[in-house]
Design a protein around this ligand. Structure first.
Ligand SMILES: Nc1ncnc2c1ncn2[C@@H]1O[C@H](COP(=O)(O)OP(=O)(O)O)[C@@H](O)[C@H]1O
Ligand SMILES: [Mg+2]
Length: 364
């Protein structure tokens, strides 16, 4: 999906903005507090119906205003599509081609990867982030993933409820349901990661000059045993805590170099590059395998990378088919944009977004 036109109303300090982005690379620059992240947040909200800056989406509504609206005209397989989201204190409404839709529809139509200053948490932080990482890919690659995952989640909720209320009679039924969908979810995740590995290895070679990279999926239960056996074996423990201890909701992803866990020994700079590789690998695979190429959002990109790697990144982004929005406080280094066509430059100042000719800004 390529965004041809983006309209934002009442999102943080952006009262109104309307831009026609490039299908390839868009640089967004402006001072701190000007609204660059708000602009990227708008696209993220349109794609995921949530914010990456706050758990409560309503906080993104402009102060003293009732409704935040983000809409886009986008192009998919040569056809124009209309996407829109409206958020107020009461509800969130989503429309695709004027029909009411759900969050998952937006996520499917506008798959979006966000790289921002806290992205390193993907490696450094809790396992939830790594499960979300895998699930983003599995969801986009295989249409079966979402329904299996929903069935699994329902079975897990039911089982946990029975544990808490000690209704043991029905436990067997939900154990079987949990195992059925748990194994399906697990297989789809592993299948996705198998496809991701070669792409990731190539990217690690490119950005980190390492080829000893390993990715290991931990399925969330002791795999010497079947999940069904463990659910029965751990029943007492599960009853005590009112919680299911084994299953794909506890899965994790181990990332290592030459047998050593990355989180334990890589430097901060390498960590950032590694996360970049992980995220770009998903985008690249998405491009190879889906009819919905991903949108890439990179917030504060020069703060994240040294000049050499920033240049490498921009060149790599140009080699992709994806639409990219990247923000920084400075004008992009002219070396990044030399000989590169189809770039658009947007300046943000106190919530006003204005397109600028790339050639003029290079002379500055
Ligand atoms: N709900 C809101 N309504 C109005 N302004 C807001 C709201 N939330 C944050 N702001 C302001 O919006 C501005 C834009 O911030 P931000 O997008 O983070 O800028 P940048 O990324 O360019 O540094 C900030 O000055 C902030 O104080
Ligand atoms: Mg910012």
């Amino acid at each position: 999906m390529t965004i041809l036109k983006l309209d934002i109303h009442s999102l943080r300090n952006i009262h109104h903005a309307s831009i026609k982005p490039s299908g390839n690379l868009n640089f967004i620059y402006g001072d701190n507090g000007s609204g660059k992240s708000a602009l990227l947040e708008a696209i993220f909200i349109l794609a995921r119906a949530r914010s990456f800056r706050t758990a409560n989406l309503k906080q993104a509504i402009e102060f003293d205003h009732s409704d935040l609206v983000v809409s886009a005209q986008a192009l998919l397989n040569g056809q124009q599509q209309q996407l829109g989201i409206q958020v107020n204190q009461q509800k969130t409404q989503i429309h695709i081609n004027r029909e009411p839709k759900k969050k998952a529809d937006l996520a499917y139509w506008l798959p979006t990867q966000l790289i921002h200053p806290k992205s390193y948490k993907l490696i450094d932080g809790g396992s939830q982030l790594r499960r979300e990482y895998i699930d983003w890919g599995a969801f986009n690659l295989d249409p079966l993933f979402l329904s299996n995952w929903r069935h699994y989640k329902r079975a897990l909720q039911q089982r946990n409820r029975l544990l808490k209320t000690r209704q043991l009679m029905q436990l067997n039924t939900w154990n079987r349901e949990l195992v059925k969908y748990g194994e399906l979810v697990s297989n789809l995740r592993q299948n996705y990661l198998e496809q991701l590995k070669p792409v990731l290895t190539e990217l690690c070679g490119h950005f980190l000059a390492r080829d000893d990279f390993e990715l290991h999926y931990l399925n969330g239960w002791n795999d010497e045993f079947s999940l069904l056996y463990l659910l029965e074996y751990e029943q007492e423990k599960d009853l005590k805590y009112g919680y299911t201890h084994s299953g794909p909701h506890r899965a994790d992803l181990e990332i290592s170099f030459n047998g050593r866990k990355a989180r334990d020994f890589v430097s901060r700079g390498q960590l950032k590059l590694l996360v970049l590789c992980l995220q770009l690998a998903q985008v690249k695979l998405q491009e190879n395998s889906s009819r919905f190429p991903a949108t890439i959002l990179i917030d504060d990109f020069t703060a994240e990378l040294d000049t050499e790697n920033a240049g490498k990144l921009v060149k790599y982004l140009f080699s992709l088919n994806s639409q990219v929005f990247m923000s920084s406080t400075d004008l992009p280094d002219s070396r990044f944009v030399d000989n590169l066509s189809d770039v658009k430059l947007f300046h943000v100042e106190q919530g006003e977004v204005k397109e600028q000719p790339v050639a003029i800004s290079r002379k500055k």
